[in-house]
Design a binder for this molecule. Structure first.
Ligand SMILES: [Zn+2]
Length: 302
């Protein structure tokens, strides 16, 4: 696959072409792509600040009105890794969501907040109304057994966290399915791969055996049940990581885990200087709480 240069002389054609002998390639193509993260399970009311479905729909309108494009998250990674043209992510954001429940895909009757438009239908509405390209990556909790329990402990125990929709999403191509770990090492699970009881954090995934159980095992399952090859992306549960994962397991065991990049939750855009194994993401409700705040955040980081 072609490897794109990060550098080009201004106005001299495609990347890597046009610099005369002796010229200094001083013009670095800027790569500043905000990655916006939503949680479809976040439905507490029906206002922007307490409902990520309302927030996503409003944000899409504002982003489009500002002339900003939406690109697949995998393309952002391709550019960061030097295998896609940086021009393809100029003036764009990428979208993702975490945890992978039915609220991503199905319109749902919430027990207290009423009918909720799924993220998938919000994206389809946007594409129909604007004609603009749109795409989202859903980082899913992979373990079927963990999701059965989380459906009771985090939702209302109606079977709203099955994976039946994941292959459909992959086939349509609107929402890509990627890994958010095997069991999130979630605090409400009676048992996770972390046998010492250090649950509710991903910092405690600090040995090869634990990393393999949370990361490689999840990829094995997704490859067998959803699609292969996928883009090979990972989002750290809680946005948390540690030196073992960043300096040893992820960079040195790629043949085992088969990831190409991982995302945390640092509040900055993805650039060429971003750590491949801890790429930044902004989180709705945490880094911004209104469309105006989102636009200020996007504009200030360009
Ligand atoms: Zn999560």
């Amino acid at each position: 696959m072609r490897r794109w240069s990060r550098f080009r002389a201004p106005g001299k054609g495609p990347p890597g072409i046009g610099a005369r002998c002796g010229a200094v390639l001083a013009d670095t193509i800027g790569m500043r792509v905000p990655v916006l993260t939503y949680h479809s399970n976040n439905v507490v009311g029906n206002d922007y600040a307490d409902n990520d479905h309302v927030a996503l729909a409003d944000d899409l309108d504002r982003i489009h009105a500002a002339g900003i494009g939406i690109v697949p998250l995998s393309r952002v990674v391709d550019v960061r890794l030097g295998v896609a043209d940086p021009v393809s992510v100029e003036n764009a954001v990428a979208l993702c969501c975490d945890d992978g429940s039915w609220f991503d895909w199905h319109d749902m009757d919430h027990p207290t907040c009423g009918r909720q438009r799924s993220f998938a239908n919000i994206l389809r509405d946007f594409a129909r109304d604007t004609g603009a390209p749109v795409h989202m990556t859903s980082f899913v909790i992979v373990s079927p057994a963990a999701r059965v329990v989380l459906d009771r402990t985090c939702l209302v125990g109606r079977g709203w966290w099955t994976d039946a929709w994941w292959p459909d999403a992959e086939r349509e191509g609107l929402i890509a399915i990627e890994s958010h770990s095997w069991d999130h090492n979630h605090a409400t699970l009676p048992e996770t791969v972390q046998r010492d009881g250090r649950r509710g954090t991903f910092r405690s995934i600090d040995t090869h055996a634990l990393a393999d159980a949370e990361i490689r095992q999840a990829n094995d399952w997704l490859d067998a049940h959803v699609r292969t090859p996928r883009a090979g992306l990972f989002a750290f549960p809680y946005g948390e990581t540690n030196d073992y994962l960043l300096r040893d397991y992820l960079p040195r065991h790629a043949a085992e885990h088969r990831l190409r990049a991982a995302f945390g939750t640092d509040s900055r855009p993805v650039g060429f200087d971003s750590d491949r194994w801890n790429l930044p993401r902004y989180v709705c409700g945490h880094h911004w709480r209104s469309p105006d705040a989102l636009m200020r955040l996007i504009e200030s980081r360009r």
